[in-house]
Design a protein around this ligand. Sequence first.
Ligand SMILES: Cc1ncc(COP(=O)(O)O)c(C=O)c1O
Length: 472
Amino acid sequence: MHINLKTKIPGPKSISLMEERKKHVARGPFHSTPIFIEKAHGAKVWDVDGNQMLDFASGIGVVNVGHTAPEVVAAIQEQATKNIHSSINVLAYDGYINLSKKINEAVPGDFAKKTFLCNSGAEAVENAIKIARSYTKRQAIVCFDHAYHGRTYMAMSLTSKVKFYKHTFAPFNPEVYRAQFPYQYRCPTCNGNCSASNTNSNSNSKAISSTKQTETFRSDLESKCEPCFQSFVNMIQGQIGAENVAAVIIEPVLGEGGFIPVPIGYMKSLRKFCDDHGILLILDEIQSGFGRTGKMFAVDHYGIVPDLMTLAKGLGGGMPIAAVTGKAEIMDAPPEGGIGGTYCGNPVACAAALAVFELFEKDKGALLSHSEHIGKIIAKRLDSWKKSYSQVGDVRGLGPMQALEFVKDNNTKEPNKELASKVAKYCYENGLISITAGTFGNVIRILVPLTISEEELEEGLNVIEKGIEASL
Ligand SMILES: Cc1ncc(COP(=O)(O)O)c(C=O)c1O
């Protein structure tokens, strides 16, 4: 057994620290568990009361290579003794260059690429938009329903969910337009029938799980989602004018929005539309990158090449670092001094990120193979829950980036946020850290460290299963 609880959760030390937190810390940052951590390693965490737990959250999809991966820790320690901060703008260092080179080589595209490093996902999104506008000399940015891009003003403006990401913070940035996301389970245009318009057979389909929704509904992740795509085109033509659009930004798999992959056919149509109209396609892979979907990047499932990509989370193995990467001529559009920041591409964070890349390269990519393997185990288990529990309305995902969406009734699809919260609470009270997601808060997303053993994974999945049963 990998879960070993010594106290009721939360334990006395966590409870007392929570009191202190409430006194001294602004209430804005949410907490999905009332637990305070002492240490973590691999897929295990130990709280301040000595309880050993399993982690299916990975610090919101960050420690893909496992908590405190020895190689990452060693790289941090070594770099910290040499140079913690000198600012790339003042005294440059090779780590920044080596990491940029690694990223340029890792992302798709048979052309010269360049990279800009920064500190957080939101900052990467901000800079991607600045770069896109600078290059195209256009202003409009198109984003999607259910999107999450971060909490700074542009990133928040691009984000869809109001409570609590945007509530009380208006006004938002201008020239941001929102299109309908191809969310087949709840598609207002075709109610999931767009698979009928699917004419695009693609060999990548094996990498993507498709899921029966009801007797009549089948989520088709190869679909072109033509009616939905047409609504995107109509929106651009009717409200903006394609010639005014600088960029379209999309998460290939929605993160906070509930782990919904963009169907392959839709993504291809999007790429073509952008090409036809001189619009840049930005893929936000902040949550879906670094092995999270069983491939290095989610885009590797799609067979398309974006103009720009935003990366963060898994990149630093736990250190705060992010990147904008893409076509060299686009990345070079802002003038010297146009993008940057004091801490951007911190040397210790660069060393950690280089160690992360080495871990992905090690043993001929064994970590990615393991990620793909555990993805299949998770998908199989989720499929079985969909069959067993009528309140599990949809299960979906790409590789191990899987989620289950709870509904009150499988026909009305009324979101069941209460059930998702109950299951998540049952999980942490029984030693499994899990987090919710989705516009309606009715989704449990699975974000395991990709190094997790099969035994740990099964034990954690058993807790979720018991949690569903106990919460119905
Ligand atoms: C897809 C996506 N974009 C952007 C962000 C923002 O990243 P950060 O929290 O590092 O600012 C996130 C964070 O969850 C994300 O999932």
